[in-house]
Ligand binder design. Structure first.
Ligand code: GDP
Ligand code: MG
Length: 234
């Protein structure tokens, strides 16, 4: 069911960015959302990889959405640039998909995830989730970055692994909430259905607010200025 189109209703899908370092579980989170919400929302996915379409292939293989609803953007260089500074390729991918498969309610955009500080441009997504995992250690929340501090939702993922990596999830969540001025932090595991339900409830609320014109995108802020190492000819 696509959102109804009225005078004051946005016509396009809610665009939700999913950022965070490689391996924290972004593709798995997206597959889980699709599996749990495909009956109530029309969903599409855009992935960003540097040179491959691996994330898109993982999602196609998981069988949660038809192939036409999963698009891969191959960024060629810094993947964080394609979600923040030059968002053209991503905007084209989202718009082409909506044109090809019909109106959607939700488009999930996965970042290339090379960078702890990567954030999406508010010109590309309406809201963003930043994903960390407990295996990265409890300190990473305190070390921070704009995504951790100001994304719409911080997901502390793979909490099922916490006992094996000596991380205190309650403490990590409390430190996250403190670093975020009380903005939401979700302890998540795809193996814990009650946490998946919380994630889906958060997305459902956001999609409702977006459809009703009540949601205003906020910018977490640009990543810290950085240089790439110069490659020296030898
Ligand atoms: N134990 C556990 N493993 C997970 C969970 N979510 C994802 N993973 C695993 O973490 C690894 C990286 O996941 P992936 O979604 O590819 O991460 P991405 O690089 O951020 O997209 C894979 O081996 C997943 O099976 C979870 O909730 N619990
Ligand atoms: Mg991925």
């Amino acid at each position: 069911m696509a959102a109804p189109v009225g005078d004051h209703m946005p016509r396009r899908a809610l665009r939700l960015g999913v950022a965070g370092p490689v391996g924290t579980g972004k593709s798995s989170l997206i597959a889980t959302v699709c599996r749990n919400m495909a009956a109530e929302l029309e969903i599409g996915v855009v992935t960003n990889d540097i040179y491959t379409d691996e994330d898109a292939r993982f999602l196609r293989a998981s069988g949660v959405l038809s192939a036409a609803r999963i698009r891969a953007v191959e960024t060629g260089a810094c993947p964080h640039t394609a979600i923040r500074d030059d968002i053209t390729m991503n905007l084209i991918a989202v718009e082409d998909m909506e044109r090809d498969v019909g109106p959607l309610d939700l488009v999930l955009v996965e970042s290339g995830g090379d960078n702890l500080t990567a954030t999406f441009s508010p010109g590309l997504v309406d809201a963003q989730v930043f994903v960390l995992d407990v295996a990265g250690g409890g300190d990473v929340v305190r070390k921070g970055g704009p995504g951790i501090a100001r994304a719409d939702l911080l997901a502390v993922n793979k909490v099922d692994l916490a006992p094996y990596v000596d991380v205190d999830v309650d403490r990590m969540v409390a430190e996250g909430a403190a670093a975020r001025g009380g903005a939401p932090v979700l302890a998540l595991s795809r193996h814990r259905p009650e946490t998946v339900d919380e994630l889906c409830a958060w997305i459902r609320r956001l999609a409702g607010d977006h459809a009703a014109g009540r949601h205003t995108p906020t910018d977490p802020g640009a990543p810290a200025h950085h240089h790439h190492a110069h490659v020296r000819a030898t």
